[in-house]
Ligand binder design. Structure first.
Ligand SMILES: Cc1cc2nc3c(=O)[nH]c(=O)nc-3n(C[C@H](O)[C@H](O)[C@H](O)COP(=O)(O)O)c2cc1C
Length: 334
């Protein structure tokens, strides 16, 4: 756990199967300041499952939050304590995930219909730990009244002393849409999130959903306290290389992609020596050269070779060679 208060001006979204320890370790080579969020872990998995698998992370990943899924105050309190003891800097409750699987277990966005229960959960978590307890939610669900519904939800939770609200700026439609569609089809409503900050300047409001550039992030930061990016930084991770300078005012030079890949190879080598398979790590770097000539060849070499048994660092080197090869055709950018 870090002793400095977390600065959430720029945060990386929790993403199942994506924002795992290797992904975050890679991202950390690009940005020191961004606050990272883990994949969601359910209370059941943490209490009964393989904790090490769900919780282990590298020291470099701080500042780092663990996101929990659940709705039983006692279990959430127990898991928040486990997260704190494991060294996480924050624990976040997921009230935004719309998947059917989690709805059946009263996890995720369906909890927006139960503000009192969520407040009980947050209060129990806060009582169990010293690290900040935060929440990630949507503008609303289904036919919940757009702004008034969210305001009631946020106020009920803020009454527990919870200060930080991460708002995915669209509703979740719990019937008929897949989780993927629920990240694309319900319209973005940034104005509602900005209004929330105006009505509650004492709360820390982080806006999420559809943000793809640092310029847009900076614009939004004039209205709210922080931004959270997910898909864009996953597919185009080099965007993170300027976050410390443009968002946090650092005057460190911006690292080049080649410097990043060198550092990543050192990381991968260390992990390989612990028996971690290469593709567990390299799947997160496929977008590093996005937009540059040869990016497709870089991705192809990694996709075709990194999963092979005993694949080692030579695969990344071969991908770099392919990246820098003269194109056969009139290839400009990928
Ligand atoms: C593959 C994937 C997995 C996700 N898993 C989670 C999750 O575990 N918890 C959560 O709160 N949100 C999850 N999300 C939603 C993101 O955190 C974020 O709210 C959403 O993608 C919108 O932000 P973006 O437009 O910047 O991607 C996931 C999104 C994606 C693409």
């Amino acid at each position: 756990m870090s002793t400095k208060p977390l600065n959430r001006r720029f945060t990386a979204a929790p993403m199942m199967e994506w924002s795992d320890t290797h992904c975050r370790s890679f991202w950390r080579l690009l940005t020191k300041n961004t606050v990272f969020y883990s994949e969601m872990v359910t209370t059941g998995a943490l209490i009964h499952g393989d904790r090490k698998r769900f919780l282990d992370f590298n020291a470099s990943e701080h500042p780092l939050a663990l996101q929990l899924g659940g709705s039983d105050p006692k279990a959430l309190a127990e898991c928040a304590k486990i997260a704190e003891d494991w060294g996480y800097d924050e624990v976040n409750l997921n009230c935004g995930c719309p998947s059917d699987r989690v709805q059946n277990n009263m996890i995720g966005a369906c909890l927006m219909a139960e503000p009192k229960l969520v407040a009980e959960c947050i209060a129990a978590m806060q009582a169990a730990v010293k690290i900040p307890v935060t929440i990630k939610h949507r503008i609303g669900i289904d036919d919940m009244e757009d702004y008034a519904g969210m305001l009631n939800f946020v106020r009920t939770i803020a009454d527990t002393g919870c200060k930080t609200f991460i708002v995915h700026a669209r509703k979740a439609w719990l019937k008929g849409l897949s989780p993927k569609e629920n990240r694309e089809i319900p319209p973005l409503q940034y104005d509602k999130v900005a209004q929330l900050k105006k009505d509650h300047p004492e709360l820390e409001i982080i806006i999420n959903g559809g943000i793809t550039t640092l310029e847009h992030s900076l614009n939004l930061l004039s209205e709210v306290d922080g931004v959270m990016l997910g898909r864009e930084i996953y597919h185009n991770p080099y965007l993170l290389a300027e976050v410390d300078q443009k968002i946090y005012g650092s005057n460190r030079p911006v690292a080049t992609r080649d410097e990043i890949i060198e550092e990543f190879m050192a990381y991968a080598e260390e992990q390989l020596s612990k028996g971690i398979r290469l593709n567990y790590m390299t799947r997160h770097i496929l977008g590093l050269y996005q937009g540059l000539p040869g990016a497709r060849r870089f991705r192809r070499v990694i996709s075709e070779q990194a999963h092979k048994p005993n694949a080692g660092i030579e695969v990344i080197k071969a991908a770099l060679t392919a990246l820098n090869e003269l194109p056969f055709t009139n290839e400009l950018t990928d």
